[in-house]
Design a protein around this ligand. Structure first.
Ligand SMILES: Cc1ncc(COP(=O)(O)O)c(C=O)c1O
Length: 411
């Protein structure tokens, strides 16, 4: 059955999340399909930042660390993220970047499994995850970084494995691993599971407690709309907090930072994972985004995001067939995240042509056009319009221009 724009409009009329659209700064007429890479600013962020800069920093100056909750921001903000990933508030902290947190927790996993000398990750994991593990393997004598083909990952877990490190939703294909299944498979061999939730947090209704996950990290600037380079988060299950050791033993993770003791003594809780001085401005922007996100029911967020992605896939099948687009990843929504990617021989030029027509997606080498369906500000009608523009560009070959093939540094 072919879908008309009126069908999409009908879905918008009963969308329980429709009111959130007005809470974002987004240029009129633009269809933003890149919130999975950099979310747009929630309107509340500008006012919040002005307050932190003018009021807190400008007026209260250094007293703000105590007066205005700056010191507590990593754990307070972590507690808000906890509500989105099925964790207890004291199991999550916000600090550093995803890369740094992944490094810290992968090293932490080794401290929780002494004697085990293998970290296992899928070959197609996000590059920074693999690179960070390579760096760690280069520093720890005897540590093996075992890289498995994704289909063979679970069977590659063995009694030498300290941790399996993998991304819940794949950054290109959108393939979603089963959190509970893989975690249980790791536990069956005495190993831990360290999840990268960068493409899940704020998108899917993740439940780390239900999955009995051990460790996790994730980005603040994608679906959480925390702003470019927003601080990232990390999760350590309560049962591991007393034993885990961070390789970055900075003063902010000390049991008493302002005792200025001569030697490191870890905080007994998640604070031990906060290595240095918190990035207050970044945290303030992220927290304002989280306060908005927390007003939405995570189950509704997931349901709408998957519905938007499914609508996009169905419309592309109906209207863009025969133009060389090959869907990556599984077809079923239950095995996907909220972004949809297609390989296309002219993928880069295609994305540039779409941007020129007001539809922003992104490109991932070597040939992938990727579109993210962030549920808080996108409508079903916008998805319909985006596919119509895509169809027109494909049929007219409007992408076939030399200037659209000039690659920028960031794709
Ligand atoms: C799965 C995944 N992990 C990590 C990152 C980025 O990490 P960082 O914020 O440290 O650059 C990304 C960025 O897109 C990602 O997709």
């Amino acid at each position: 059955m072919s879908l008309a724009r009126a069908d999409a409009e009908a879905l918008d009329a009963t969308d329980p999340l429709a009111r959130f659209r007005d809470e974002f700064e987004l240029p009129k007429g633009l269809i933003y399909l890149d919130g999975n890479s950099l979310g747009p600013p929630p309107k509340a962020v500008a006012a919040r930042l002005a307050d932190v800069v003018g009021g807190e920093w400008g007026r209260d100056l250094i007293r703000s660390w105590n007066l205005n909750g700056w010191m507590d921001a990593p754990l307070r903000t972590g507690g808000k993220i906890a509500a989105l990933i099925g964790a207890a508030p004291h199991e999550v902290a916000v600090a550093d970047s995803t890369t740094v947190n992944l490094f810290k927790l992968a090293a932490g996993a080794l401290s929780l499994r002494p004697g085990r000398k293998v970290l296992l990750t899928p070959a197609d994991n996000f590059p920074t995850d693999v690179y960070a593990l390579e760096g760690l393997a280069g520093m720890v004598p005897g540590l093996e970084l075992r890289i498995a083909e994704p289909e063979r990952l679970v069977e590659a877990i063995d009694e030498a494995t300290a941790a399996v490190v993998l991304t819940h939703v794949h950054y290109k294909t959108s393939l979603r691993w089963d959190l509970s299944e893989v975690t249980a498979a790791a536990h069956a061999k005495g190993a831990l599971a360290l999840w990268d939730l960068s493409h899940s947090v704020g998108a899917l209704a993740v439940d780390l407690s239900l999955a009995k996950a051990d460790l996790a990290v994730g980005c603040g600037y994608k679906y959480l709309n925390g702003g470019p380079g927003a601080p990232a988060f990390l999760f350590v299950a309560e049962r591991h907090q007393a034993q885990i050791r961070s390789p970055l033993t900075g003063w902010m993770g000390h049991a008493e930072p302002f005792a200025f003791e001569g030697h490191y003594r870890p905080a007994p809780d998640i604070r031990a994972q906060v290595s240095g001085t918190p990035s207050v401005l970044g945290l303030a922007a992220l927290e304002a985004g989280l306060d908005l996100q927390l007003q939405a029911d995570p189950a509704q967020v997931e349901a709408k995001g998957l519905a938007l992605a499914e609508l996009f896939i169905s419309l592309v099948e109906q209207r863009c067939a025969g133009h060389g687009l090959a869907l990556l990843g599984p077809r079923e929504s239950t095995r996907r995240g909220l972004h949809v990617s297609y390989a296309h021989p002219d993928g880069y030029a295609l994305v540039q042509a779409l941007i020129a027509r007001g539809v922003i997606g992104d490109f991932r080498a070597p040939d992938v056009a990727r579109f993210g369906f962030s549920p808080l500000y996108l409508s079903h009608a916008q998805v319909w319009d985006a596919v119509e523009i895509l169809r027109d560009i494909l049929e007219t070959r409007a992408f076939d221009r030399a200037d659209y093939r000039q690659r920028a540094a960031v794709t």
